[in-house]
Each structure stands twice: as C-alpha cells, then as structure tokens.
Design a binder for this molecule. Structure first.
Ligand code: HEM
Length: 460
C-alpha cells in the first residue's frame, strides 16, 4: 500500500512538473523569438545557470546556437555568445539596447549611478568620470597616491601568512578611498560598504533582515559620511587635487554637479573598482605562483626599474609605462580567469535583433566569457601565456572585451591597471611567497576562493 502511495505521489509530481514546464514554454512561444528553453515559472533556469555555469551555456549553445532565449535571475533573457553580435549590441545603445542591471543595483548605487542612466545623462556623467581618471590625472595625482599607498600597505609582510583574497579586497577599497580623498573615513565606510555590496544584487524586497534592506540602509549611512566630507572640504580653504577635489572644482569650469551626483560618483567608483581590481590582483598572484618562468620575467622587469632609481624613490609615469610585461600578465590573468563573464542590456522597445523579434523589456546577456577561450584568438587558450600580449594588436582586436566595449568601455581601465601594476611592483621586489592550504577556487558566477587563498610570505 505504502509503495503504491509513493509511486502515485511520484507520478503526480512528475505530471505537475511536466505540465508547469510545458505551460511556461507555451507562454513564451511567441512567433519570432530565438530558440531556447524557459525553465520553471518565476525561477526559470536560474538554478541550472548558477550551478552548472559555463557548461550550462555550452549545452544550450550546442542545442540552440549562439543566440538563445532563457529565463534567468527573474527575467526573460536572450543570451548572446556570438562575439560579432556582442560587439554590435555594445555599439548600439542608441538603438534601444540600454544597461539592464537589476532594480536593486539602481536603488542602492543611486539614481546617478552611471549604470542606471543612458542617453544625454550617461554622456555627461561619463565625461565627468573620464576627467577624474584621465591620463594626466593618473600621471600627476593617482600614481603618486597609489605608490604611497602600496608602499605602506606592503610593509611588514615578511614571515606572515596572508589571505590574499581578503587582503586584496581590503586594499582595493582603501585604495579607492585614497584616490577619492576620503581615507580619513575608511574605518566608518568599510562595514557600510560591505553591506552595500551584499544588497546590490538581491531581490528588491524591503523587509527587515533582507540584503536589499541592509543595502539601502548602508547607502543612507554612507551618504551621511560622504556629505560630511563634502561640507568639511567646503569649509576649508585648502585646495585638494584628489578625485573629490576635482569633482568639487568642476563648477569652476561651468559644470555644476550637485552634492547628490558627486556622492553617487564616489559610490560608483568604490563599487566598480572593488571586485574587478581585487580579484584580478589575487589571480595574478595565483598565476605567477603557478608559472615560475612568467614570475622570473616580471621580477626582472621590476628590478630593472628599481636599478634606475635611488632606494625609496617612488615609481612614476615613465616607470609605469615601461611595465610592458606586467601589463601582459594583468591582461592574461583577466582573460584566463574571466573576471567579468558578461554585461547586461535590456530592450527599450520591441525590436528585431539578429533576425529575431525581441520584446520590450527583455534582458540581453552579452556573454563574453567564451571569447576568452577561443583558440583562434588565443592559441592554447587554457595556458597562462602573458607573452601572447607582446603582439600589441591583441589588446585592440575587435573581440577584445575584457573591459566591455562601445560607449560603456570601462573608464577605469588604465587607473585599474596602474593600481594592480603598483601592487605587483612592491609585492614582487619585496617578497617571495608560497601558497599554503591548497585552497580551491570557484570560477563561476564569480571568481573567488570560498575559504580564502592563503600565502606564506618571506622577504626577497
Ligand atoms: C581593472 C579591472 C576592471 C575591469 C575588468 C573592469 C571591467 C568593466 C567592464 C566589463 C565594464 C562594462 C560594463 C557594461 O558595459 O555594462 C566596466 C564599466 C565601468 N567601469 Fe570598470 N573595470 C575595471 C576597473 C575599474 C575601475 C578601477 C574603475 C573606477 C575607477 C571602473 C569604473 C567603471 C565604470 C564607472 C563603468 C561604467 C561605464 C559606463 O557605464 O559608461 N572600472 N568595467
């Protein structure tokens, strides 16, 4: 009897599941949509996507081609795995392919967060951002700050065991504070920032205890600290040349930025540079550890620089520009580790794309990971080979998208590379290191070491 009951329950369960899946497929069986499967009502195929990651993508591509539909992270979505078409999407924001990041991100990073605006508002914000990370700004203001910061952060590591994941995260945030000019408030900002990051990608349910509500509260707390710094600056007569000083002086050149916009820009910079810079730095340490030939070559480059200088001299723009192999190591790290899997867009109206009809409001997942392992572009793609970047054209190749593309190409590309290069300079010339613990690394949806990545450091 019990067996019969169990069998009936299983059969009933299977029937209901099949009916639900079919019903959900029928809902999206509109004429003209790309092929693909939509999974469960509401949840779609999010679980498969998060669990199987790149292999889910590859399976779907094998079944449906490089342009397929699905339902991920709460929204119907078209995934594009075609590098040519990805480029087209990034270049055609003006045709109605605007950023499609979740509502939680817009709410927590602010209305003037660059990822939440498009058209003329984006153009003007982007101009402002580009001005504060311009080559002149990097050469004259940011590099000296980065040098001072890395020099002091990377002292006294001799004999210590360091969780390089944790350390690079902490340093990425503190370094952003230093570049903006708010390092005096780092202690107060740090715990709030951690909560803000948790809330940025979360279900937008404003109930006590949710990540979303924690993120909103953290934003409020951060704004009150940032407002205080702006007021203190106004009250003081000294002129500062950091990012905040630069933003506050834009008024002099006829561009009025409200305090709200300035604060959102500061939050944007902290958020955009945090995970990208820290993860790339951690993975560069990992790849160099595992590849002694590349380690030896990059060390030679940095000791060459030190030879030209008196002990204690800071590194300057010319030194940075001479770090050609270091740049290659950073780009190769970003490629092999895939720091950014893809970017999100959404359609502002029904439109035809790649021969299909995409409804208004659908997300487009511009999936860039595959291009990083394309053997035609990168022979032996799974090998860490920084030398491949000696061919300069690779960085300017049509399918190079490590920093996105089109009108949203990362404005922090150079300042980010300068930051990681400065870290590597002091790390490599001062220390050697061994990994301890043999910790595992997760590669999807984000690169991280769930239990940290511990290294035992000794003086060089
Ligand atoms: C070094 C590691 C970095 C990587 C791999 C990286 C990657 C990217 C990518 C892929 C995008 C495109 C997003 C999209 O199209 O939706 C982007 C945009 C952006 N990045 Fe970076 N980024 C890095 C560092 C930085 C730094 C250091 C900053 C801040 C100074 C920064 C600020 C931004 C901003 C503000 C945008 C939005 C640009 C726009 O919407 O016009 N990034 N980044």
């Amino acid at each position: 009897m019990a067996v019969l009951l169990l069998v009936s329950v299983v059969v009933l369960g299977l029937c209901i599941s099949t009916a639900l899946l079919r019903w959900n497929e029928m809902r999206y069986r509109k004429k003209g949509l790309p092929p693909g499967t939509m999974g469960w009502p509401v949840f779609g195929e999010t679980t498969e996507f998060l669990k199987q990651g790149p292999s889910y993508m590859k399976n779907q591509r094998a079944r449906f081609g490089k342009f397929f539909k699905s339902h991920l992270l709460g929204s119907p979505v078209v995934v594009s795995m075609d590098p040519e078409f990805n480029k087209y999407i990034l270049l055609n924001e003006g045709k109605g392919l605007v950023p499609g990041y979740p509502q939680s991100m817009v709410d927590i990073l602010g209305e003037s967060n660059i990822g939440g605006v498009h058209g003329s508002a984006h153009k003007s914000l982007r101009g402002t951002l580009l001005a504060i990370v311009s080559p002149t700004m990097i050469r004259e203001q940011l590099l000296p700050r980065l040098d001072e910061f890395m020099r002091s952060q990377l002292s006294n590591w001799d004999g210590r065991t360091v969780d390089i994941q944790e350390k690079t995260k902490e340093m990425a945030l503190l370094s952003a504070h230093k570049q903006i000019g708010i390092e005096a408030y780092s202690e107060a900002l740090k715990p709030e920032f951690d909560k803000l990051v948790q809330g940025v990608i979360s279900l937008p349910i404003d109930l006590p205890g949710t990540s979303y509500s924690g993120g909103l509260q953290a934003r409020k707390n951060m704004l009150s600290i940032l407002r205080k710094t702006i007021e203190e600056r106004r009250a003081s007569s000294s002129v500062q040349h950091d990012m905040l000083g630069c933003l506050m002086r834009m008024e002099d050149s006829g561009q009025h930025l409200s305090d709200e916009v300035i604060m959102d820009i500061m939050i944007t910079i902290m958020y955009s540079s945090y995970e990208t810079v820290s993860t790339t730095t951690m993975m560069a340490v990992k790849h160099l550890h595992d590849n002694p030939k590349a380690l030896q070559r990059i060390r030679e480059e940095h000791f060459e620089i030190r030879k030209r200088k008196a002990p204690g001299d800071p590194i300057d723009w010319n030194d940075y520009k001479s770090m050609k192999f270091t740049r290659a190591v950073i780009l190769e790290t970003m490629r092999l580790a895939t720091i950014v899997n893809g970017v999100l867009r959404k359609t502002t109206h029904d439109m035809e794309l790649n021969g299909y009809l995409i409804p208004k409001g659908w997300r487009i997942y511009v999936y860039m990971r595959e291009a990083n392992y394309d053997p035609l572009l990168y022979p032996e793609p799974l090998t860490f080979n920084p030398w491949r970047w000696e061919d300069k054209s690779l960085e300017y190749h049509n399918h190079f998208m490590l920093f996105g593309g089109g009108i949203r190409l990362c404005p922090g590309k150079e300042s980010g590379i300068a930051e990681i290069s400065t870290f590597l300079h002091y790390f490599l010339t001062r220390y050697r290191w061994e990994e301890v613990g043999g910790e595992t690394l997760e590669k999807f949806p984000r690169v991280r070491a769930p239990k940290g990545l511990h290294i035992k450091v000794s003086g060089y």
